[in-house]
Write a protein that binds this ligand. Structure first.
Ligand SMILES: Cc1cc2nc3c(=O)[nH]c(=O)nc-3n(C[C@H](O)[C@H](O)[C@H](O)COP(=O)(O)OP(=O)(O)OC[C@H]3O[C@@H](n4cnc5c(N)ncnc54)[C@H](O)[C@@H]3O)c2cc1C
Length: 411
């Protein structure tokens, strides 16, 4: 039984069945939901307020799953290992011809964003997950907080945790001078069912993640569970992530202006990218990519674009309001640590509450410096990696420094 389950069991048997403090969470994605299930398991009265009007599980592409991202499913209170990912055993670099130039036996786990989201969503109480509930502000007292929602509701709580992502409303209120900075490049992302791929490409992808280092660019391709959860080779989904430079001199703004004329800042959804950009990307794929990687990219009719940003905050705690996950630190995805960082913030808050016997203010005081330090080092590391690949052009196939990890390569 895990540490949190032991504490909950002890507490439930202590004779006191009064719920602990009221915790309000703004933002119901990976960071918000991980915090919600962990604090709920500690006995807190947790409610999640999510801006979206429908549950988010139909969205998202592939993610690398570091141990902390699915820690709730491997050692949470579910009582059994309930992984939400598949494992690949080889980290392989190809050249333009498709020849293997570096292959490392290494075990990493992969999933779909929506698979992880759905599992967390299912683990939380549906009547405490409120869709259509956009945070627009809050008031604080020394011992509590009042959350303001767009529809006029006021929700009283003892602690407000803002996990509202890179464009955080809370951060805009608390730290208006801090904003994400565009890194100079985007990730073209595509997902393709394995059924649509040739036998040769399926064989190349069966147990390997494929990387290709390109001129001031790189691409990686890996399998993830299918939308129905199948991890059987041949039935899975394949995900590609191609980092390409678009200077902030008009090229980026042009790319992010969709077929509907709307200028988007962070993500250009499938079907919205203007055809001339899709065709330019496909032509470049034909000219530069290894056959297996090229096939995956070209098989997807509606790719999406995720712009890459850096973000770093000087503080995460503001009285009884705190910010975590992407709202606080925006990491370039090169060590696959965005989800892991959000989950690490959630686990660290859980641990801090236990450490100080559930004194909220003391827990926040313990939590903040640790997470600031982690966030700063992760931002610095991922910025340096991105600059090596996209600016200096000095990324080297097989460099162990590229191994995924939040704290260090491989971890
Ligand atoms: C729909 C979706 C799909 C994603 N797909 C991928 C993917 O495929 N691959 C990948 O690497 N990363 C993906 N991400 C990003 C990834 O989840 C984050 O980078 C990382 O997990 C950190 O999560 P987070 O919870 O801190 O922030 P986010 O995941 O960005 O979540 C923020 C949440 O807060 C909500 N929100 C925003 N403002 C408000 C407000 N004012 N009031 C209430 N709610 C608010 C948003 O709707 C969102 O659900 C996706 C995020 C979302 C929301």
């Amino acid at each position: 039984m895990s540490c949190s389950s032991v504490r909950l069991t002890q507490w439930l048997h202590s004779g006191s069945h009064r719920l602990r403090s009221r915790v309000l969470i703004a933002g119901g994605s990976i960071g918000g939901l991980t915090t919600a299930v962990l604090l709920r398991d500690l006995g807190y009265d947790v409610q999640v307020f999510e801006r979206a009007s429908v549950a988010l599980q139909e969205r998202g592409t592939g993610i690398v799953v570091l141990p902390i991202t699915e820690r709730y499913f491997t050692e949470g209170n579910l009582g059994h290992d309930n992984r939400v990912s598949l494992e690949l055993s080889d980290w392989t670099y190809l050249d333009r011809s498709g020849a293997v130039i570096s292959a490392d036996p290494d075990h990493f786990r992969f999933s779909g964003w929506s698979t992880v989201y759905r599992a967390l969503h299912d683990a939380f109480d549906p009547d405490r997950y409120h869709l259509n509930s956009e945070m627009v502000g809050f008031d604080q007292r020394p011992d509590g907080v009042s959350l303001h929602l767009a529809d006029g509701r006021r929700i009283e709580g003892d602690l407000l945790i803002c996990a509202d992502g890179l464009s955080s409303t809370a951060r805009g209120i608390l730290l208006p001078e801090v904003a994400p900075t565009y890194a100079g490049y985007v990730a073209w992302r595509a997902i393709t069912p394995e059924q649509d791929l040739s036998q040769a490409t399926l064989a190349a992808l069966s147990d390997a993640m494929l990387y290709q280092v390109l001129d001031h660019s790189h691409i990686l391709v890996y399998a993830i569970p299918s939308p129905s959860g199948s991890i059987t080779p041949g039935e899975r989904t394949v995900n590609s992530v191609w980092y390409r430079n678009y200077p902030d001199d008009g090229a980026f703004a042009d790319l992010m202006t969709g077929i509907d004329g709307e200028r988007r800042s962070g993500t250009m959804p499938p079907g919205m990218i203007r055809p001339e950009f899709v065709e330019e990307m496909r032509q470049s794929a034909r000219e530069t990519l290894a056959p297996a990687i090229r096939e995956v990219v070209l098989a997807c009719e509606e790719p999406l674009i995720q712009a890459i940003f850096d973000l770093e905050v000087p503080r995460m705690v503001f009285g009884r309001v705190c910010i975590l996950g992407d709202a606080a630190f925006g990491l370039r995805p090169h060590v696959a640590a965005g989800q892991a960082k959000a989950c690490a913030d959630a686990w660290a808050l859980h641990d801090a509450l236990v450490e100080v016997d559930h004194d909220l203010d003391a827990a926040l005081a313990v939590w903040e410096p640790r997470q600031l330090q982690l966030g700063r080092s992760a931002v610095a590391k991922t910025r340096a990696m991105g600059d090596r690949s996209q600016v200096a052009g000095t990324m080297v196939a097989g460099d162990p420094a590229w191994k995924f990890g939040l704290w260090e390569p491989g971890n």
